[in-house]
Design a protein. Sequence first.
Lengths: 384, 942
Amino acid sequence: MTGPRVVIIANNVDEVGGAQRVVHVVAQQLALRGHPVDLVGVTPFEPRHDFVAEPAYRRFTLMSQQWPAPPAKKGLSGALSVSAREREAMRARLRREAVRSLAAVLDDGPPGVIVTAQLWAMEHLAEVQHDAWAVIGQYHSSYEAAASGRDLPRALALYADVDLFTLLTREDADSFRRAGLNNTTWLANPLAFWPELAVAARETDAGVVTYLGRLSTEKGVGFLVDAWGRLAERFPGWRLRLVGSGPDEKAVRARISGLAVGSDRIDVVPPVADVERELRGSDLLVLPSLTEGLPLVLAEAMALGLPCIATDCSAGVRLLTDDGRNGRLVPRADGAALAESLATLMADRDERQRLGERAREAMRDYRGDVVIDAWERMISDVLR
Amino acid sequence: MTSLAPDVSVIVISYNDAERLSRAVRSVQRQTLRNLEIIVVDDASSDGTAEIVDALAANDPRLRYECLPVNSGGCSAPRNRGVELARGAWIMFCDSDDEYDRHACKNLLQAAERFDADVVCGTAERVDAVTGRTRRWRPETHECERVENGLQAFPELLFDTISVNKIYRRTLLADNGIRFPEGLLFEDQLFTLEALAAARRVAVIPEVVYRWNVDRVSDEPSITQRRHEAANVESRIEINRRIDAFLASRDLHAIQVMKDLKFLKHDLYLYLSSMLVVDDRTALTLMDRLLPYVSTVNLEPAWQLRPALRVAIYHLLVGDLEGVRAAMRFVKWASVVDVPIVGVDGREVWGCGHADSGPTVAGRPALDWLDVTDLHLLSVPFTQRRYLHRLDAMDVRDGEVTAQGSTIDYDASLGLDDAIELRFLIGGARAAVSVPARWSGREGDRLTWRAQGPCIDLLGRALEAKDRGTIGLAISRGGQENVTTTRSPEDQVSAVTVPFVGTTRGTGPDSLVLHPHDNGAVGWRAARTSAGHIRRAAVRDAWFRVPGTRWLAESTALVREGLLPRLAYALGALLPSRSLALFETGGGRTADGNARAISDYLAAHHGDIEQAWVWRDEPYRLPGFARPVQRLSLRHVWLAARARYWIEDGSAPMSVRTPPRVATVFAGWGVPVHRVGLDDPSVLVSRADVRDVRRRSRRWNVFLSASTHDALVTPAALAYAGAVAETGLARMDAVLPLAGDRTEERRRRKVELDLPLDRPVILYAPTLRAADRRGEPPLLDLDEWAARLGDRCYLLLRPPPRERFSVSSRLRFAVRDIGDRDDVQRLIGAADLVISDYSSLIGDAALADLPIIAFQPDREVYVNRTHGLYPVGSSAGPIVESMAALFAQVESWLADPAAWDGVHGPGRAAFARDLCGPADGQSTRRAVGVILGAASGSEGAS
């Protein structure tokens, strides 16, 4: 039996990252349940990563080249600069190319449901004739993050008319409704895997604290390094692993070398494909972010039974973490508080075990099959 | 899909409304729920509705058309016919002049299925056809999702009487024989009630489903005019009788009480209001029609109504039309008082002649019915009173305006020696022009007055065509002033035209034209009335139709705004003044704060320094010794180029520049409590804000900091790299150093601001919450506050800069919105307690040793997610996060201020000492020293 066709459009589906992993997981699961699925990335990214060993879905990229940043020169000097004008022309060409290719992808099969994973993807869809399709729009960050940047007016304009606009938490859906949208709902991201075996807390004086994610300002890695500096002396056997890369890598390294103690026990390693393995080698996960949506890595670590400390920075984090019960929340941007929370957990194996067990229990709602059931209900709802 | 039964049948009814009908039908056709049927029931239109529907049905097999053989004259018959034809499991209704939200059907259907409800109500939105503004209908019932087992568990739903914002299970209607009553208006009310009463489960969703287009220009007056017609009143009464009978037959007593309240509060209110606009005979007939039913209604719920409406109902019941009108004027006309208010045994009574001798009604004596103590009309301060000034006539002849009118002196306190003048107010507040007036006599509580003066001289102020306002009467007494808008109940001044003096040229407005507002107020708008102005404007508009001409006109404006200022700057920079100081605060809207303190000090001690203050909109409270400079004028550019000192608070326009030799002084914002920070990634600010702050801070070369704490955090937060001088808070020198008993001083300031002297004054000054809270009520719930503490203290509300709160005129006795322009020090000097959240005003209050409560209901969001506090937080006083906790603190302070201070005083003193800078009253002197030194320093360097 085949279900309705599903086309998922995301900004890029090639780069290693949480958002990409989610769309590949959803595409694969829906395809395995009998939906013809096309996964579409707007811009390519090198190196191209494969998330699913044997994909049951088709994969497309709309632009032939990576989307370049806008030229730095603006106004009169921009108009006079040859390179800036070339860059603008290239952006316009890629944009046209993307719209054309998207129309071709949509035409390559019967109409069904389109899912746009981000605003930028929706901006491309808006230029393509798609009246016969039902559209599910998504936004993967919190309402507060949208309201503090430029996303809110974009989201209100782009998503007012789509069949359904899904946010990651009920709190975010309510906020967008109050801002004027009448089509909001919420749906959590699915876990990429459900580990059969939980990790057990080790009695150790040589543990590992892990951060897994991009090294960029909004992730607040600097505060984690700061916290490490405050407690490293007390835990001479422990190490801190920062797994990821990003625009702030240099700044993070500079901050590490500026530490009085403990800088030699911090490892900065590039992003890994096998997240589960990385987490299994860890004793504690820290998510020091300043803004978040529903952070997947937190959910995955919790599903493994790994004790976690996260900053109280979004409805999504609060949804996953019941502070003190199945994890710990600390205020944002506060190295001292983070250090204190870390130190208590590092010193207390039983507490780590207890938090980990409850965390795993709480994550059963985010298992792939549970979330994909909800996806299928949503797909039949929008087609009614 | 069409072979299956549709999920929802939408019944669209129409009568001779073909044009709007297609809009309504299209809004149903483009629903996100696709599996529906649309049944258009035409009430025998004669305007080609059938063809329009045919066209709409061309590509849409879901659409069916049904035409009644003869016109039924109402909504009931077509809707009933539609229900008979419907095949869907669910039914919805839409009127031809309205629209569905795109997601209406899906939201209602899914809620019905999710909750297993028989009826689900969505939110309806009234859309003003002229302005496009929207307002939610009965928002209090639709705030959040709610599901209940039947109407008895959710009696408030009774107020949601319309049928078009709901979805009904078809079998519910069929099994219970629920139909719209034919031959009556207000058919929705009975239908909705029967459906809700029959439903096992009912639900409400907050999503907007229905857009109800209200054409205020054509519809509303007609409805109001029809309200007194026999059919209208009799239908209304008949519907209510049927509802009563229905409720009685089902033993739904609790619902009956709610329904009686609804009748008094909404239905009867409409008829009482219409008595203001119809003639005596019509109004008396209306009373005769209403009385037989109203006298059978249970009047107990009247005690839940606002007092003036209760007074109106009493007058209806005793058959006193003028009494009804006086009370309804108070209700409809922004609380102006039309009758004497008398004090009886500590109660305030509506003095209309019935108080002593009026009949007892519904078991309550007249005195109870007329008790309006809760309106606090006698205890409200003079400046805040709302007098009823009738403007009976206005005449323009030979370049002179004459006007006459009368005023109700409702508590016998006005005197013929109080000075008065008639004022043309811009936007309802600021005075544009005044016409001298004088009292001409007194008859009992009615004072008459006349105004006479030259036609309006607006040469000093260029009005724009979009300007509008009202006419008020200002009464001055003992340094206090009361300004209340005049009313013209019988509209004797409509279309009176008051020409300006001396505008014979130009294309702009040349006069004011008077017109009435909905609330009886006399309004004016700027207009072109002389033949010359109209002709010139027409010529200009015609000229602009030639391609390129508008561009040409605007580019000459560009030259005016671009080239001339550049020239002025270049010339000014070559001719530097040796002593000119240019000041600006609040973007030209205020003249206060540290900069003002410095300006006053310079005037007193350095007379050789010439001063200029920048203003915008109007020269508001500028010091008399300074030259007023209009913001962004050529002179502004010229003086900024020539100035030796430029002192501002971060609000001066970036487009006005100064040469590098000028001492550019940032006078500071006060003691930082919340983070503003570019240095702090946890503060969520947009990139545009960051760029703006960087550009601003780069042009200062002196920062006058309030304290060491300020000097440490603010430069980093603003990415400021110039010189920092720890001078202290100059603006607080007016109160510092503290010495002795300050009661007398405080009393003097209260008198100055017309604040009550019999109760403590509490200043509530919340901080700016950026774009997300504009035009909303403050976080402190004023209604709750007034009900709980209104008679024990007086709340001064100071909105943050450029924010506006809406304060109901009902609350005048307890709350005054002082606006954002008054100098904070004047307010602090008069207050007995300060409530704030994260504002730097906490620092000022701490220096003044005033009790402080930090009310932070949004602490969770503000502190943790969007802003953050400095670690010092607000240790200046107790932090409360709920209204209940706030009341507890304020009440404990009211009960024993000394004991309260014993607990919180030491913390505040430490806060002041550690974070707020010197309290010696010498800050201004130090600041002036720094500024003069900076100027000579930069001169030496250059």
